[in-house]
Design a protein around this ligand. Structure first.
Ligand SMILES: NC(=O)c1ccc[n+]([C@@H]2O[C@H](COP(=O)([O-])OP(=O)(O)OC[C@H]3O[C@@H](n4cnc5c(N)ncnc54)[C@H](OP(=O)(O)O)[C@@H]3O)[C@@H](O)[C@H]2O)c1
Length: 164
């Protein structure tokens, strides 16, 4: 049976998600939320995100998408397309959802097929060069939950949105 597909992201007030191939902030509570939420599932991400991880996280299946045929990355299964990544995710022995972890092209391509968006809305602007697709609310119009958090001097809301 197909697994649910969820996107997960943290977005600054100005839409920024990344800077120089890294996260533009260090917010331990947000990072812990990301790691704990995705545990036991399948994480799908682009090659640049996978490089940022270095080695994969334990306790979940990690799949990186790349056009480079012979590229290997420790802790990751490599695939040549998002469709193939989702097929691998559905067949994975890890029982949790398929978590779409970015970056931009991977988010954009899976917005029409994801059931839910787990989005941490960071209540301040950051400098950056990578932005979450602006039209995300048209794909996920229903707010299911919101929890306000403050950590490391930054406030953010952990929200879950769903499609209609
Ligand atoms: N704030 C957050 O929650 C969050 C989440 C995710 C990412 N980010 C940030 O975003 C930045 C990275 O994102 P990014 O958009 O620049 O890069 P990315 O999506 O991580 O990686 C792009 C690469 O992934 C591969 N790829 C993507 N789509 C593919 C497809 N359909 N078929 C085959 N290969 C595909 C290609 O690799 P090859 O070049 O090897 O072919 C492409 O160059 C970083 O700054 C990161 O910190 C932030």
């Amino acid at each position: 049976m197909d697994k649910p597909i969820h996107q997960i992201v943290a977005v600054a007030k100005n839409g920024v998600i990344g800077q120089d191939r890294k996260l533009p902030w260090r917010i331990p509570a947000e990072w812990d939320y990301f790691v704990n939420t995705t545990a036991g599932g399948v994480m799908v991400m682009g090659r640049i995100c996978a490089e940022e991880f270095g080695v994969g996280l334990s306790g979940r299946d990690m799949i990186a998408v790349t056009s480079q045929k012979d590229l290997a990355m420790p802790g990751f299964r490599m695939t040549g397309s998002i469709e193939e990544a989702i097929e691998l995710g559905n067949a994975s022995s890890f029982p949790g959802p398929i978590w779409i972890c970015g970056g931009v092209g991977v988010y954009r391509a899976t917005m029409p097929i994801a059931n839910r968006l787990y989005i941490s809305l960071i209540h301040q602007e950051f400098e950056g060069d990578t932005f979450f697709p602006e039209d995300w609310r048209t794909h996920f119009p229903i707010e299911v939950s919101r929890v306000d958090v403050e950590d490391a001097g930054v406030s953010f809301s952990k929200c879950i949105f769903e499609r209609c």
